[in-house]
Design a protein around this ligand. Sequence first.
Ligand code: GDP
Ligand code: MN
Length: 403
Amino acid sequence: MNLHEYQGKSILQKYGVAIQRGVVVEKVEDAIAAAKKLTEETGTGWYVVKAQIHAGGRGKGVVEETGSHGVVLAKGIDQVEEKVKGILGGHLETAQTNGVGKLVSKVLLAEDVYYPGEAEVEEFYMSVLLDRERGRNTIMYSTEGGMDIETVAHDTPHLIFKEEIDPRVGIQGFQARKIAFNLGLSGEAFKQMTKFVVNLYNAYEGCDAAMFEINPVLKTSDNKIIAVDAKVTLDGNGLYRHPDYAAMRDTMEEDPLDVEADAAGLNFVKLDGNVACMVNGAGLAMATMDIIKYSGGSPANFLDVGGTANAERVEKAFHIILKDPNVKAILINIFGGIVRCDRVAQGVVDAYKSIGNIPVPIIVRLQGTNAVEAKKIIDDSGLNVHSAVLLQEAADKVKEVLA
Ligand code: GDP
Ligand code: MN
């Protein structure tokens, strides 16, 4: 689950990581009051207005309606309202929004941390993520902050450093010092950076994150080290332990199909093929996708309906599958271990009738408890549903209907 910058920063702050502070604004009318409040708290006279969307590259991105960038400086409170107007309510297109502008419904009004002494600031890159191959957490960091890290990796890979952290012992003092040293820091800035790194790592661990990316990490002219940006991805499987973070979910930022599948308790991943599948169990779903390939099609999705494949869930699954115009056939592959096949078959028939006309052929393979009764229910239904008993048979039928 991805978070907005302001949400990520609130977590960082809880773990003692110094951040560029700000106030979230949802209405232009609130901008001036927010600016005054921020000045009271931070003493800032200049502000940065930052679009809150789930995509990076906002600084270089452009708001379709106004031509404003997604991150802009307001040099004084008299400029705040105009700058907020240029972003809030508009559609921001960045290098990461796949060619469509994203609606900005919140902006973060933040303190300007570059001024005064703009010439003396330094921007770094730092992220914490899991290295699955090594089974370790990794802190990736670079002296080349503030720009696209993929570009740095491509042009100057020797300027990206990695520090592996053993999750059993956590981050060690010498590792934090090594990072501060490699970033070329000394004196007070060195000390602040070691604190920053330790607290950042602990934030990552503490909220079951999949990634924390801070770009840029800023060394201010008075040697503070602060997080100017925060891109945070939490591990969805760990969210049950953090109800307060789970509540930060912004479904407006997600694919509507994913949101619908999630609400129905379906494990769904959209793919770009032509044969949809509906399966119980992730392993069987993977095998079913292989069969689809084997029969000359390609999977349009991964869909695990879970243990209770009842009529209601099957109907939900049909709805989601049928929103994809590429789907030419549907393969239902259910193993009835706990759930009885005849009940699933009845569920399929009921869902079919409830939806009305399903424009593509459906191949149903039900195996396990009461499979024979199930096949009879499908065969007698009079609908455009083909039953199969063996996997091979199901694959052949898919081939047939695609031909
Ligand atoms: P991103 O473009 O989505 O990665 O958004 P960032 O939060 O990283 O902001 C983009 C850029 O705006 C940063 O790389 C900085 O160069 C600039 N920026 C951010 N905060 C400030 C600030 O307080 N003062 C100034 N002058 N520039 C800032
Ligand atoms: Mn950034």
